[in-house]
Design a binder for this molecule. Structure first.
Ligand code: PMP
Length: 457
């Protein structure tokens, strides 16, 4: 190869030969072409073969919240890059300050933003802050971090230590100490036979705290609505009780909004459905809709002040850096992304289209007995497939994957909870961009309807 590849078939060959794709078993590409996405506009993308797809998963992983081809974001980023592209984050930047202020207007009670590049990194920052607070303010105690079964917080060794999705963490250990699991709260797969399921599932967290010793526990990290672990909307009463428990034992509450943040569930942040007062909020994917890499670790003035307590001590401040957290493209894109969501009324659209989608999925449930449960909030929905509604035995994972493949063949890209929870990778996932129209939602539903019929009969 001469290195001059303009022809799209040569691009595909170069990809096959040289690119190591994320989350992919490459053996398949010996017989089929790797998918290369060439162009996008609105909710639709075109691949190297020129085929059009309706993307019902916002770039595959809940990311492109405002849709593809947004020239205004590209323009803002271009202008910012020409003026000032980068300076290390020990200094401030114009878009960094502007975006922090705009963001915090939407997050009462929180007042500081720490910039980095990915969801994993944003979460790691919290873990480090919690550990440093333990060292400096709790005499080395309160160093443990609790996380929940079926939640996911990232791909680094540190964040995998808080993976509630076993398959993600397998074969990459050993992991660091001090990360302790609490039970999930999915009522459809009950662990307790009680009426107030939400409160009972929250009490299970308290049981873990008491077992570990409250003075050893520094923080609890939770997704407001679990994403890749099965689109789990916590039951009534859960969040109120979790908040009480954290306050009771002086445990910092860290909400991972990497998926739910920036409009996905119909509010700016998922936690805002539940009246929670978090100590940390992390976000990434939808912050700039994939137009630039940016993540944020947001916290309170109370936490921030803990890192200013002794200016004469060279160890007292947060001794952390993220080189590319100083890129200005991220906050510049994020500001424009936020303007679009506001000016186009995308939160209201997300609520309306989310209701339509949930209604459609419930309709499919009447027709297809393989759908055991549908769950969701806003444009963030899931349909759990079961072999038997009475026993809730999960549907065969291969068949769930066949439904995804069938939709793909119809030109509709949907997702599934693959490679996360052993035996329970049986939930179809949907998260179209927040600009989705009624006809987009109905097209996705029709594709799923046809696929379920063909795969399960
Ligand atoms: N938290 C959640 C809830 C996620 O879903 C993800 C990514 N799927 C992450 C964190 C990690 O984000 P990233 O891939 O940007 O590191």
């Amino acid at each position: 190869m001469d290195g001059n590849i303009n022809d799209i078939s040569q691009v595909v060959e170069a990809d096959r030969k040289h690119v190591w794709h994320h989350l992919s078993q490459h053996k398949q590409y010996e017989t089929v072409d790797p998918r290369v996405i060439v162009e996008g506009k609105g909710l639709r993308v075109w691949d190297a073969k020129g085929k059009e797809h309706l993307d019902a998963v916002s770039g595959g992983v809940w990311t492109v919240n405002v849709g593809y081809g947004r020239e205004s974001i590209a323009r803002v980023v271009y202008e910012q890059l020409v003026k000032m592209n980068y300076f290390a984050g020990a200094a401030g930047s114009v878009p960094g300050a502007q975006f922090a202020q705009r963001l915090l207007e939407k997050m009462p009670g929180l007042s500081r933003v720490y910039y980095s590049n990915s969801g994993s990194e944003a979460n790691e920052k919290v873990y480090k802050m919690v550990r440093q607070i333990a060292h400096r303010h709790h005499g080395g105690r309160k160093w443990k971090i609790l996380y929940r079964e079926r939640d996911y917080h990232g791909t680094t060794i540190g964040t995998l230590a808080t993976s509630g999705q076993d398959q993600r963490a397998m074969q990459y250990g050993p992991y660091p100490d001090g990360f302790v699991r609490v039970p999930h709260c999915l009522e459809y797969r009950k662990q307790w036979d009680v009426e107030n399921y939400g409160e009972r599932a929250a009490d299970a967290i308290e049981e873990v705290i008491l077992r570990e010793g409250p003075d050893t526990v520094g923080a609890l990290v939770l997704e407001p609505i679990t994403a890749g672990g099965g689109v789990i909307v916590p039951p009534k009463g859960y969040w109120e009780r979790v908040s009480q428990i954290c306050k009771k034992y002086d445990i910092l509450l860290h909400i991972d909004e990497v998926v739910c943040g920036v409009g996905r569930t119909g509010t700016w942040f998922g936690y805002q459905h539940y009246g929670i007062e978090p100590d940390f909020v992390t976000m990434a994917k939808g912050v700039a809709s994939g137009y630039a890499a940016i993540s944020c670790t947001v916290t309170t003035e109370k936490v921030f002040e803990m890192f200013k307590d002794d200016p004469n001590d060279p160890m007292s401040y947060f001794r952390d850096i993220s080189t590319f957290g100083g890129c200005t493209s991220g906050p510049a894109a994020a500001l424009e992304n936020m303007r679009i969501i506001e000016d186009e009324g995308l939160l209201a659209n997300t609520v309306a289209m989310g209701e339509r989608f949930m209604g459609n999925l419930k309709g499919l449930m009447e027709k297809h007995r393989v759908i055991g449960d549908v769950r969701g909030k806003g444009l963030f929905c899931g349909a759990e497939l079961v072999a038997d509604r009475a026993t809730k035995e999960p549907a065969d994972e291969k068949k769930v994957a066949a439904v995804v493949a069938d939709c793909n063949a119809q030109g509709v890209i949907i997702g599934m909870t693959n490679r996360s929870v052993p035996g329970l990778n049986n939930t179809l996932t949907f998260s179209p961009a927040l600009i989705a129209t009624a006809s987009d939602i109905d097209q996705i539903t029709d594709a799923v309807d046809g696929a379920l019929g063909r795969v399960f009969g």
